[in-house]
Design a protein around this ligand. Structure first.
Ligand SMILES: [Zn+2]
Length: 93
């Protein structure tokens, strides 16, 4: 876990959760993921996501945003994912 916030912010990030929206150039799908575990700075509210969590986010985004330059042909949509539920489901499978 991060000990210090970035740049000039003197805040110390604390364990929490964040909501982030992901858009990809060329993709018509906007994906919002709730309850992403993150270290959140109490001063500037910057959220820091661990490498492992980032990898899980990539897995969640892949059906919508594709990978390696291949973007799935999907209709324009806004998708909402609950990170905690989505990752619990994948672990149970
Ligand atoms: Zn900060």
């Amino acid at each position: 876990m991060r000990k210090r916030c970035s740049g000039k912010c003197p805040g110390t990030p604390e364990p929490g959760a964040t909501t982030q929206t992901f858009e990809r150039h060329g993709s018509p799908v906007k994906v919002t993921i709730h309850r992403i575990p993150a270290a959140v700075c109490p001063l500037c509210h910057e959220a820091y996501v661990s490498r492992e969590t980032g990898r899980q986010i990539d897995v969640l985004l892949e059906p919508f945003h594709g990978k390696h330059g291949h973007i799935p042909a999907l209709p324009a949509a806004e998708v909402t994912i609950d990170f905690a539920e989505a990752t619990a489901a994948s672990q149970a499978a």
